[in-house]
Design a protein around this ligand. Structure first.
Ligand SMILES: [Zn+2]
Length: 133
């Protein structure tokens, strides 16, 4: 095995994708060849550092910061403030309750006005009872 061939196999060797005969050939070359051995060591350490990078957690608030930046740069087309479904539901429910209350108040008010218009003065409780009979 020559130096170039040995170095070509580094990736597959690192990913454990070589056949046992290829592993044997490469390892015997690395044992005999100082230059390729150093090269392999560098490759292996570089790969370890790269895979180590993936283990870092994203900084706190990074997602929000990225979303804010995208929102700013896209002039609000992306990640604009949208109310969550539960908030929208709460608002709609509140408005419906207000409407029902308003409707109730209007309807009870209307019967009151009708009574007033009939004789032009506020009926006493007794008159109202008598009228109902
Ligand atoms: Zn070599």
């Amino acid at each position: 095995m020559d130096h170039d061939r040995a170095r070509e196999l580094f990736t597959a060797y690192h990913d454990e994708e070589l056949s046992s005969s290829e592993v044997e050939e490469l390892e015997s070359h690395l044992a005999a060849c100082e230059a390729c051995s150093v090269e392999w060591d560098t490759y292996r350490r570089t790969m370890e550092e790269i895979s180590g990078l993936h283990k870092f957690a994203a900084p706190v608030g990074m997602t929000e910061a990225v979303e804010q930046k995208i929102k700013r740069r896209s002039k609000g087309r992306f990640f604009s403030e949208q109310r969550s479904f539960s908030t929208q539901f709460a608002i709609v429910s509140f408005i419906l309750i207000l409407l029902f209350m308003a409707a109730y108040l209007v309807l009870t008010e209307v019967t009151e006005i009708t009574v007033l218009e009939e004789d032009g003065k506020t009926p006493t409780a007794q008159e109202r009872d008598a009228g109902a009979r």
